[in-house]
Design a protein around this ligand. Structure first.
Ligand code: FES
Length: 105
């Protein structure tokens, strides 16, 4: 079981917004979907773009570079040009802190 690390405070990310953090040396995009927090890789599976800078609508983020869409709860790719999902990370709350677990390798 990986150790969860604190990456942000709950009040740093408003509903419908995202923040880029780093977990275990990887860039992770943290999303607030109506008060629930989700974490997926910040790096789009199509090319080098930051999903935390994408357009978020409910639980879907649209890549800012070519518009591929991903489900922020699962990392699943929902549209071209992305052919692959992105990694998903476990998120846990501890009081006002948001914790994310590094991916197991
Ligand atoms: S880099 Fe994300 S869709 Fe191309």
């Amino acid at each position: 079981m990986p150790d969860f690390v604190k990456v942000a405070a709950v009040n740093e990310i408003a509903a419908g917004e995202a923040k880029r953090v780093e977990v275990g040396g990887e860039r992770v995009a943290l999303f607030n979907v109506a008060g629930e927090f989700y974490a997926i890789s910040d790096v789009c599976s199509h090319a080098e773009a930051s999903l935390s800078e994408g357009f978020v609508e409910e639980d879907v983020v649209e890549c800012p570079l070519h518009g591929a869409r991903f489900n922020v709860r699962t990392g699943k790719n929902l549209s071209l040009p992305a052919l692959f999902p992105v990694a998903r990370y476990e998120v846990r709350l501890s009081g006002e802190d948001i914790l994310v677990a590094p991916r197991e390798r």
